[in-house]
Design a protein around this ligand. Sequence first.
Ligand SMILES: Nc1ncnc2c1ncn2[C@@H]1O[C@H](COP(=O)(O)OP(=O)(O)OP(=O)(O)O)[C@@H](O)[C@H]1O
Ligand SMILES: O=C(O)C1=C[C@@H](O)[C@@H](O)[C@H](O)C1
Ligand SMILES: [Mg+2]
Length: 203
Amino acid sequence: MTQHGLNLSYPLTELRIGAKQLVSSLLQGVNLYLIGIMGVGKTTVGRLLAKELGYGFLDTDNVIAQVTGKSINQLFAQVGEVGFRKLESDVLSQVCAFTKLTIATGGGIVLRQENWGYLHHGLIVWLDTPVEIIYSRLAEDTTRPLLQDADPKGKLRSLLEQRTPLYSQADLHITEREGDTPEDVAKRILEAIPSVLKKTVSH
Ligand SMILES: Nc1ncnc2c1ncn2[C@@H]1O[C@H](COP(=O)(O)OP(=O)(O)OP(=O)(O)O)[C@@H](O)[C@H]1O
Ligand SMILES: O=C(O)C1=C[C@@H](O)[C@@H](O)[C@H](O)C1
Ligand SMILES: [Mg+2]
C-alpha cells in the first residue's frame, strides 16, 4: 500500500464521528479486494462495503458468468478448474485497472501467483468464518462445484487448510464472530482499514 502514497495524518476522533467518510478519504479510490473461502460472505459484504464507501461493486465470479454466458458449474464441467482459473485471471487483470471498486473474488483467486500482482494494486481483506458456520450456510447450495463432494464439510476444511497460508497474505484479516450480520462484518472492516494503512506506512 505504500506505493499509493496515502495521506495518513488524520485525527483519530474522526473515526467515531464519520468512519465511512474517513475511510473513503484515506483510501483515495484504491480498490478493496475481498478474499476468503467460499461462503464467507465476500459477495454479500462486498456489496454493503461498496455502498458505504460510494464505490462500485464487482464480483469476479459474476463477471465470468456474464462474459461467458455460463454458470460456474457449467464452466467447471466444460473447461475444467484450470480453464476457469485462466478466465478468473483474465477478469482480474482487467478489473484491477479501474479505481473506486470493491471487488468480491472467487474463493480460489489466491491460488495463482500472477493474481497476487493484480490484488496488490489494492487493499486485500481476508474474510475468515468458522467452517461450521459456512457449512450451515452452503449445505443446500449447489452452485459451488468444488463442494459437490461426498464429504462437503471435509472438503471445505481441507481447502481452507491448503489455502490459509495464501489468504494470510492479505493486508487485513477479519474473523467473523458467531451472530455477526453482514452489516456487522462490513462495519468491522471499515473500522479496521485506518489501522492497517497506518501500520503499513510506519514500517
Ligand atoms: N454474516 C452473515 N450472516 C449470515 N449469512 C451470511 C453472512 N454472510 C453471508 N451470508 C450468506 O451466506 C451465503 C454465502 O455468502 P456469499 O455468497 O456472499 O459468500 P462468498 O464468500 O461470496 O462465496 P463464494 O466464494 O462461493 O462466491 C449467502 O447466502 C449469504 O446470504
Ligand atoms: O473456492 C473456490 O475455488 C471457488 C469459489 C467460488 O467463488 C467460485 O469461484 C468457484 O466455485 C471456485
Ligand atoms: Mg461470491
